[in-house]
Ligand binder design. Structure first.
Ligand code: ATP
Ligand code: MG
Length: 434
């Protein structure tokens, strides 16, 4: 008979994030929260599950996500059509409308969380993955577009990623609907003229969503795509002005970018500014962050017309990129590790450790077995392996004089000290990050 436990594995393409890797995630998320705080973006948390209609209406029926990547199901209890969120912008817009978040002006929001897409799992591409996203809602001007891009640069710098070498900015404008329509006609004419070259996806999209064909990764289509009419040549004065204003800020702060007329993005909701931060270090999973303006999404989802702009960033890809770029965040280590000689000392040990933690010292110990603490020797081994800088020795001898031994584990030459237990508040500070 098959082992029934054998089938209890994580779902394909969905990962457990375990220590020590999880510490890198926390480090990254802390950096993100600090960044958002500095730029005035407030945290928003929307449900992982949304009505399927939100994504059908929000993302566009002829997008990769809606066509083949959504985890959609029927609620077995009431028949509702539901979907695990493949992205969070639609959810944020729904929430902003539902709770009239913009009744007294714009809002800057950010999220961190899991997204779900039924894709072929590979390095940097998973079925459950995680995104950080920032959204500036209710502002039409190019200043917030530029701000959002600058936030990314600030984050790269903090993470130790090098612009130009590890990540590069690509920028484009998708214009407004009338401009897109004129371009679309020219594009369809161009593609029709070579319809024999088109693959199945492209043929299917020729009339439903020809712009998306420009985003195709099929090498056979590249020459046709290269020669296609460029949307940027169909932009009117206002759209051009918006793009130029964004570029002027990027120029002023010395942020290099490449204007890429073929950059279209995967969702239909974008207009005007679109951008991607790309890397050469992750093969086909080269986009670490993508974003742009979506001035019509609120209306499309039944809300009041509201301009908006934002970006989404893949956390897995970013951590992979950091690894590939040779930048690794420091792993957290305890300040101290307690060595306990006898079970009878436990109350004194715990009182002291609590006092230390109350002072911000991180301190741990090797939990005892049923017959008491392990040998001092084995506890010292654990202390060493933990990376702790100090051992706190609660031995018979030390405790007899109401004190604890302090041994610097990273400096063998250092002399062992005795610290009075009664004065723990005084010497705690010296252990903290010492
Ligand atoms: P791609 O072209 O690589 O499929 P996308 O255009 O579908 O990306 P977006 O929907 O713009 O991606 O999502 C923003 C970011 O989220 C991407 O730039 C990427 O870093 C990350 N991302 C998207 N899909 C996945 C996935 N399946 N696994 C891991 N990260 C992902
Ligand atoms: Mg995709």
């Amino acid at each position: 008979m098959a082992d029934p436990l054998q089938s209890l594995r994580a779902v394909k393409g969905m990962n457990d994030i375990l220590p020590p890797e999880s510490a890198r995630w926390e480090w990254f998320e802390d950096k993100v929260r600090g960044l958002m705080q500095r730029y005035g973006y407030a945290n928003v948390r929307t449900p992982l599950v949304e009505p399927t209609a939100l994504f059908l209406r929000g993302l566009g029926e002829a997008t990769d996500i809606v066509e083949k990547e959504m985890y959609s199901f029927e609620d077995a209890l009431n028949g509702d059509r539901l979907t695990l969120r493949p992205e969070n912008t639609a959810g944020v817009v729904r929430a902003a409308t539902e709770h009239a978040l913009l009744h007294d002006g714009g809002r800057r929001l950010f999220y961190i969380g899991a997204m779900f897409r039924h894709e072929r799992p590979q390095k940097g591409r998973y079925r459950q993955f995680h995104q950080v996203g920032a959204e500036a809602l209710g502002h039409a001007g190019p200043d917030v577009d530029a701000e959002l891009i600058l936030m990314c640069r600030a984050l790269w710098r903090e993470l130790g990623l090098r612009e130009g070498e590890d990540v590069r900015l690509e920028l484009n404008s998708l214009g407004e609907p009338a401009e897109r329509l004129a371009h679309r006609e020219a594009l369809v004419t161009h593609l029709e003229a070579s319809s024999g070259v088109l693959d199945d996806d492209a043929r299917r999209r020729l009339y439903s969503n020809p712009l998306r064909i420009l985003d195709s990764k099929n090498p056979a289509l590249q020459p046709l795509i290269e020669a296609a009419p460029r949307l940027i040549d169909f932009l009117g004065a206002a759209s051009r002005g918006h793009l130029e204003a964004v570029c002027a800020v990027l120029d002023a702060v010395g942020l290099p970018y490449r204007l890429n007329p073929r950059l279209v993005r995967g969702m239909d909701y974008y207009n005007l500014t679109v951008f991607e931060w790309v890397t050469d270090r992750l093969g086909a999973q080269g986009t670490v962050c993508g974003g742009g303006r979506y001035d019509r999404l609120f209306e499309q989802l039944g809300g009041k017309p509201t301009p908006a702009v934002g970006w989404g960033m893949g956390i897995e890809r970013l951590l992979l990129l950091m690894e590939a770029a040779g930048v690794q965040p420091p792993l957290p280590v305890p300040d101290a590790f307690a060595i306990v000689q006898a079970a009878g000392h436990l109350p004194t040990v715990m009182v002291t450790l609590e006092a230390l933690r109350a002072q911000g010292v991180s301190v741990t110990f090797n939990p005892a077995g049923a017959s008491g603490p392990a040998s001092m020797k084995s506890q010292f081994k654990r202390a060493d392996a933990s990376g702790a800088r100090h051992a706190l020795i609660f031995g018979e001898e030390e405790l007899a004089s109401a004190s604890v031994g302090l041994k610097n584990l990273r400096d063998i030459g250092a002399v062992q000290q005795r610290l009075p237990l009664a004065d723990v508040a005084q010497w705690a500070a010296a252990l903290r990050n010492a």
